[in-house]
Design a protein around this ligand. Structure first.
Ligand SMILES: *Cc1c(COP(=O)(O)O)cnc(C)c1O
Length: 383
């Protein structure tokens, strides 16, 4: 790399949250101060307004704030009355939270394979994993595009199963059904969940999450579970949890929701630069695009063949380019989840991906100079 470039360039981070904040700072600061002046910290007007605005954006009848994306999944499963021993089919190639809540509730995670192109759950393998005890499917819309929801909903209808979409990574992406109907990811199954963890596409400045549904009865139950199992204060009809989105986070999220589509466009711009720069490099595959889903690029994840992934990562680090492996160990091979009757070799696609995936820096703030530096660093490895 030429020294001059290194000298002037903004340091490259996986995600640049400070840079993003500076562009909306006065609006955010005022909103947060307004909450402090009102002291409406819990379930204040900001939360109610944000829930309305998020529901309207997604086209979901109900959007319910909660404390984080992990809680959102747990509350969804509690609201559906899943019972110990019920089987829940999920991918093994996901963040641990998806499976953690299944295990916590005494349900049995059943791991399904993913498709090698999109990294999303393989509907054919979901079909193979169904037993008389299966009660739910939890597709994860990994890295920013929706799983094949038409197929998953068809399987669910055939076998009378619930579908909970883990939409922590693909909020804002559009899924198109074969008949042309377009729906937002997270609003297609019985319940959808998301996370507002700071680095997520719609991130707040702390923890936060939300749950979506179009079903009035399910929405009522979700709100009850979030609120200690209570509809009337101090009367508890079901066992619940305490999980709330706080008002300051809601105030920040209202500001960022208005920019969510522009943020997705900025991520797509960076992704297109990467795609073009890596065209024709043997042993390097750019992210496959689902024919049915738009991509919001929570991550831009390469597949590096020839056993070169870790060497590429080390090469990039030397050039000042961070790169991360999401995720290094599939859940079915994690110590905490080895008791579910599945072993190394049972999910060959997932296991191979864990050795090949490498995510490059991706955020709303990558500038052309940084992108040039990153792509040059990748290309020089293969030169
Ligand atoms: C981030 C994430 C979660 C958990 O969200 P938190 O807000 O951190 O609890 C769950 N599932 C997936 C796929 C995620 O990416």
């Amino acid at each position: 790399m030429p020294r001059m470039t290194m000298h002037h360039m903004k340091p490259i981070q996986m995600v640049d949250l400070v840079g993003q904040y500076h562009k909306i700072k006065s609006e955010v600061d005022q909103a947060v101060l307004r909450v402090m002046e009102s002291a409406a910290f819990i379930n204040g007007p900001e939360v109610k307004e944000f829930e309305k605005e998020l529901g309207a954006y997604l086209g979901a009848k109900h959007a319910i704030g909660c404390a984080n994306g992990t809680d959102a999944l747990q509350i969804a499963m509690m609201a559906l009355d899943l019972k110990p021993g019920d089987e829940v089919i999920t991918p093994s190639f996901t963040f641990v939270a998806t499976v953690e809540v299944v295990a916590l509730l005494g349900l049995k995670p059943v791991f399904a394979e993913v498709l090698p192109g999109t990294f999303n759950i393989d509907p054919a393998d979901v079909r193979r994993k169904i037993t008389p005890r299966t009660k739910a499917i939890v597709p994860v819309h990994l890295f920013g595009q929706s799983a094949d929801m038409a197929e998953i909903m068809a399987i669910a209808r055939e076998h009378d199963l619930f579908v909970i979409e883990d939409n922590c990574q693909a909020v804002g992406s559009d899924y198109t059904f074969p008949d042309g109907t377009v729906r937002k990811a997270g609003t297609i199954g019985h319940i959808g969940t998301t996370s507002f963890f700071p680095s997520k596409n719609l991130g707040c400045y702390g923890d936060g999450g939300a749950i979506f549904t179009n079903d009035d009865a399910v929405a009522k139950r979700l709100r009850q579970v979030c609120n200690h199992g209570s509809e009337v204060r101090y009367y508890h009809d079901v066992v619940g949890v305490n999980s709330r989105l706080d008002s300051m986070q809601a105030a920040v999220l209202r500001i960022k929701l208005r920019r969510l589509d522009a943020y997705a466009a900025a991520r797509n711009t960076a992704a297109t630069v990467y795609d073009k720069a890596f065209e024709g490099i043997a042993n390097l595959q750019v992210p496959a695009r689902s024919p049915r889903s738009t991509h919001v690029f929570h991550q831009y994840t390469l597949k590096v063949g020839g056993g070169q992934r870790d060497a590429l990562r080390a090469h990039l680090e030397k050039a000042g380019v961070p790169a991360m492996v999401y995720y290094p160990v599939p859940l079915h091979l994690q110590k905490a989840y080895e008791g579910y009757g599945i072993r190394r070799g049972d999910l060959p696609v997932t296991e191979q991906l864990m050795d090949e995936v490498l995510s490059l820096p991706m955020s709303t703030e990558l500038d052309p100079e940084q992108l040039t530096h990153i792509t040059a660093a990748v290309r020089s490895f293969f030169a």
